[in-house]
Design a protein around this ligand. Sequence first.
Ligand code: FAD
Length: 290
Amino acid sequence: MKLTELFRGEKPRLSFEVFPPKTDTTFESVRAATEEIAALKPSFVSVTYGAGGGTSKYTLSIAENIMKTHGVPTLAHLTCVSSTKETVRERIADIRAAGIENVMALRGDLPPETAGSAPARDYRHAIELVRELKETCPDLCIGGACYPEVHPESADSVQDIRFLKEKVDAGCDFLTTQMFFDNQLLYRFLYRIREAGITVPVIPGIMPITNAKQVDRALKLSGSFMPTRFKSLVDRFGNDPETMKQAGIIYATDQIIDLYANGIRNVHVYTMNKPDVAAKIMENLSAIIG
Ligand code: FAD
């Protein structure tokens, strides 16, 4: 099923993200976790893709398994920054062969050890991958990434939104946001992109922070602003894993309820292969998402 069909519905919906294993030895445990997450019947499951390509073969097998075993629509991520044209063409053929209908077209980030040196540079920005997908597979539903707090490499929000508009015009059917911890940032972003003429559905991405160690990594990765309310929570509960987990899930649930209350219908949760966290959030929202 194409995600654009889902996004047309009026009902509040919740989707989840999982990531593939890094090695063969962890494949079975990761697959079991992703199956537990899919068994919760989210509206769809997205499966990330390693920019270095190392975990790429697992992205499709996990996405295909979720779709075929659980009947849950999947969104397979694909990055291009460290790939050749030939590799990308092969990956697209694999996506078609697996029967995947939804692809998240991403640039990805070069691993630090190769930044500045010269790995494959057939692609510079996600827009090139979006164009290629649109040209070669016009029937695919294509997603793109967006950044309510501006991509860390962008000079400012004006430039960021200008390039985002070009990417959407090249063929994105929807956008998913980077994580954020203050919903006001999302509402301001939505206002600005709508003013700029970007009209495709925007799916907010929410990251439940369930342990203190995650905080630095998440903030570094996303460049997200940490609201005082969230900082107090981590300061107060960060040393106690059980209470931090509970508080983090409640904080994420609270963000999602506020998004639904403000008219957002589809929310994506970065569940990080944690079925218990995904299940708890679903339970917290059971009456709302039905
Ligand atoms: P782009 O759209 O190319 O943007 C990157 C930067 O380039 C921005 O600053 C943009 O303004 C600028 N830019 C765009 N076009 C131009 C242009 N023509 N000229 C000059 N500058 C330009 N990473 C993974 O490795 N695997 C994943 O599965 C993955 N999933 C993600 C899912 C979501 C929802 C998000 C938000 C991010 C994800 N990432 C993933 C991380 C992502 O790869 C990085 O954030 C990366 O730095 C940017 O990717 P992009 O597709 O947004 O790039």
